[in-house]
Design a binder for this molecule. Structure first.
Ligand code: CA
Length: 230
C-alpha cells in the first residue's frame, strides 16, 4: 500500500484554505492547513509534509520569509507559491528563497493539482533510496543489513535498520517523533513516541554515537536530526 502524501496549505483566506483542503482530501491526500506564516513554518518543520502550498501575501510573516526559514531549518520537500493576479511578484525572488513553482490566483484546481503531482514526482526522483552509506568509521549496507563500526560488524534489528535508513535518506533534516512513527512504524497503534526515543538510543549506542559530535542530534521539543557524513 502506498502511503498517502501529506500536503500543508498555508493560506490566510479561510475560504480558499478550506476549499483547497477539501479538494486535496478528496484526491486522496492527507491535508493540513495553516492560517498564518508562523503556523505554517511551525507545522512545516515539525510535521515535515511532502509538499507545502504557500500563499505569498500572509499577515505577519511574508510567504517568502516563511520559505527561506523552512529551507534554513532543513525542510527539503517542494514548496509551491500561491500568488494573486496583480500582486507585485518577483518570481526570481521566489526561486531564490527556495520555492519550486508558482500558481497565480485565480487558478483552476485541476491545474494546481497537476503542478502538485509534478512536484511530488520530481521530489521522489531527487531522493533515491541508497543501498549503502558510509560516514566516519561507520558503513552500512541497507540491502544486506551489514553494519560495520570501526571495522567490526554490529547487529541491528530490522526496525533499527529501517530507522537508520530513513534518517540517512533525510539527513540534515529535522525529523519529528511523529514523522518517524508514521514513516518507520506506519502508525502502529501499539507504538508510542517513547518507542522512537528507545530506538534512537539503541542506534546511538550501536553506532558509538557519543557527544559532543553526535551523528544523531536531538532537536529539543521536536525530534532528531541525522548529520553523519554531512
Ligand atoms: Ca493571502
Amino acid at each position: 500500500m502506498t502511503q498517502k502524501k501529506r500536503i500543508l496549505i498555508v493560506e490566510d483566506e479561510k475560504q480558499i484554505r478550506e476549499s483547497l483542503q477539501d479538494f486535496f482530501n478528496l484526491q486522496g491526500y492527507d491535508v493540513d492547513g495553516a492560517a498564518t506564516g508562523d503556523e505554517g513554518l511551525r507545522k512545516g518543520i515539525s510535521d515535515y509534509p511532502d509538499l507545502i502550498v504557500l500563499d505569498i501575501m500572509l499577515p505577519g510573516m511574508h510567504g517568502y520569509d516563511v520559505c527561506r526559514r523552512l529551507r534554513t531549518e532543513g525542510y527539503k520537500n517542494p514548496v509551491l507559491f500561491l500568488t494573486a493576479k496583480g500582486e507585485e511578484v518577483d518570481k526570481l525572488t521566489g526561486f531564490d528563497v527556495g520555492g519550486d513553482d508558482y500558481v497565480t490566483k485565480p487558478f483552476s484546481l485541476l491545474e494546481l493539482h497537476a503542478r502538485v503531482r509534478a512536484l511530488l514526482r520530481r521530489a521522489e526522483k531527487d531522493v533515491p533510496e541508497e543501498e549503502a552509506y558510509s560516514f566516519d568509521n561507520v558503513s552500512v549496507n541497507f540491502t544486506t543489513y551489514d553494519l560495520q563500526v570501526d571495522g567490526k560488524a554490529v547487529k541491528l534489528s530490522a526496525k533499527e535498520m529501517e530507522l537508520l535508513r530513513f534518517i540517512v535518506k533525510h539527513r540534515g533534516q529535522v525529523l519529528s517523533r511523529e514523522v518517524l512513527l508514521e514513516k518507520v512504524w506506519n502508525y502502529d497503534s501499539e507504538v508510542s513516541t517513547r518507542t522512537v526515543d528507545t530506538h534512537i538510543l539503541n542506534l546511538r549506542r550501536k553506532l558509538s554515537d557519543t557527544p559532543p559530535n553526535r551523528y544523531i542530534q536531538t532537536v529539543h521539543g521536536v525530534g532528531y536530526k541525522f548529520v553523519g557524513g554531512l
